[in-house]
Design a protein around this ligand. Structure first.
Ligand code: GAR
Length: 189
């Protein structure tokens, strides 16, 4: 049977996209990334997508009258690529009705904190500022809220004495890069 087709949504560096592609190459993840969707035409993730020859759909929300209209354009690209699962990896935008209705129960997100603590932007900075001793990574289903969907997997990261914000980011991303491919594999197969 053919591997399930997924689309990765990313707005930034793309280290999680990279980890997913690496897991596919190593045959730890049996999936095909049929599309990379980005709302940032200058995002670093697009250079990585070029290297892996992943097809891309790049858009700028300002070129559309509203969310429904840019999500309809995304939907068309997803359907053309026969995508079954949407994997958000640093896509810093709330998913709207158009995509939620078509991909119900098939959209997941990774977030760099132990939700429900520290939702939204700069979760790593929020945890660092709060002085918590444990943070971590959450993978969850996406609903209309901000990082509110039901939780699929979590992994803690200890914040040791003397750790900087950058150290915490490095530790969290290390966990993300192994937890995301593993969790995707469990879900889609
Ligand atoms: C990741 O740390 C991810 O958890 C976070 O954005 C980063 C993207 O990094 N996502 C969120 O904060 C979502 N609320 P990457 O571009 O290197 O994969």
């Amino acid at each position: 049977m053919a591997n399930p087709k997924i689309a990765v949504f990313a707005s930034g560096t793309g280290s999680n996209y990279n980890a997913i592609m690496h897991a596919i190459e190593c045959k730890e993840l049996h999936a095909e990334v049929a599309l990379l969707v980005s709302d940032q035409p200058t995002a670093k993730v697009l250079e990585k997508a070029e290297k892996y020859e992943t097809e891309t759909f790049v858009f700028q929300p300002k070129d559309y009258p509203n969310k429904a209209s840019f999500e309809s354009a995304i939907l068309q690209a997803l359907q053309h690529a026969q995508v079954e699962w949407l994997v958000l990896a640093g896509y810093m935008r709330l998913v709207g009705k158009t995509l939620l209705e078509h991909y119900e129960g098939k959209i997941i997100n990774i977030h760099p904190s132990l939700l429900p603590a520290f939702p939204g932007l700069d979760a790593i900075g929020q945890a660092f500022q709060a002085g918590v001793k444990v943070s971590g990574v959450t993978i969850h289903f996406v609903d209309e809220g901000m990082d509110t969907g039901s939780i699929i997997a979590q992994h803690p990261v200890l914040i040791e004495e003397g750790m900087s914000r950058d150290d915490l980011q490095t530790a969290i991303q290390k966990v993300e890069h192994s937890l995301y491919p593993k969790t995707i594999q469990q879900l889609i197969n």
